[in-house]
Ligand binder design. Sequence first.
Ligand code: REL
Ligand code: ZN
Length: 426
Amino acid sequence: GTTLHLHTIADAVETIVRQTPVTDMHTHLFASEFESLCLWELDDLLTYHYLISETFRWIDMPYEQFWSLSKREQADLIWRTLFVEHSPISEAASGVLNVFRQLGLDTSSRDLQTYRDAWARMTVDGHIDDVMRTAGVRDIVMTNDPLDASERATWERGGGKGDPRFHAALRVDPLLNDWDNAWPQLAGLGYRVSADWTEETVREVRRFLGEWIDRMDALYLAVSMPGDFVYPATDHRTRMIDEAMVPACQEAGIPFALMIGVRRRVNPGLQLAGDMSMKSDVGAVESLCRAYPEQKFLITMLARENQHELAVLARKFRNLMVFGCWWFLHIESMVREMTEMRLELLGLSVIPQHSDCRIFGQLLYKWEYSRRIIAQTLIQKYTRVLETGWTVTEDDVRRDCADLFGGNFWRFLGKPVPAVERGEAR
Ligand code: REL
Ligand code: ZN
């Protein structure tokens, strides 16, 4: 391959980063066969919960009144508040404009109707294809909750695996964080569980996990945890992890993903938009990694304050893979800071980003923004290396980018890159 020099490295890296297909390893997107769970319309884009909390900074409307509006009315209000009455400069608001631009729409009009008309001409499957092609996202990992009745219906009729671009992750938050409400639901599904942590309950929870991992072909088990998550402890969480979840992961040979540092519903009036970030104890992750050296852990944390320690911990445990800039960290300044720091501590052995998208169009802005920052960081780092006289070729950069944007994830899973399996060109 072509050898790169100090004056050609920037262009080459930018081009290669733009061309490298992405595996988006944590999203809330659903394949279109999940029907109403698959969000892609303009009103979905505008009523993203990030934009809802930003809107409430400006309006006096009581929360209940907002929630009683139709989705379209909410979208109108958000548009008026965040785009017309103020300039849309936040990450989430500017992201919407970036989506319009990448879809080829006129971003100067400020006329919501023109965007509504544009969406009216789209079909769900056409839009998903377009967005994935333009964003360069080749594989998407969903967040799949079998205790959600509408989602469960799709899996139970044998659906959920119709589109090979979509992969499942089994989400288990209620089992760890809300056992009082979870066990009756499991019981309702025919598992012989009780409120008490009996041997039969343990066996049946494992059966539940095993059956759903199989049914979904889940790539990993996933949970979000509050910042006060402690491990090990003499509590339900530790028992659930030690006796049910880690064994289920080991039996299936899949990683356990923990997203740590969320305090749910600090303002319940805001519903999904009412969650807060919280500092956590990285020691819990350390204990897990040490207790289970054969178990792989995918870890992201929500507090900026935890990022450095987490990256250092990943130097100590190869069964720990750090991923993504999660939620409130998925903003330009934090992505830059975290990406630099991670590459400096861990080299290329990280998953620098996931999108957390809920609505398809968002793949466009989130990945364009992230690619730009990752490219800038790589250029800095390759420049240092070139200054020593080391040679860097285009193929080196291609290999490194393939690792960052997907290869590291699939290797950590011990699975082949699916596009290569599917015979799609690299
Ligand atoms: O997976 C999670 O727990 C979070 O990413 C979500 O709960 C959150 O609402 C999401 O939209 C953040 O980006
Ligand atoms: Zn998420």
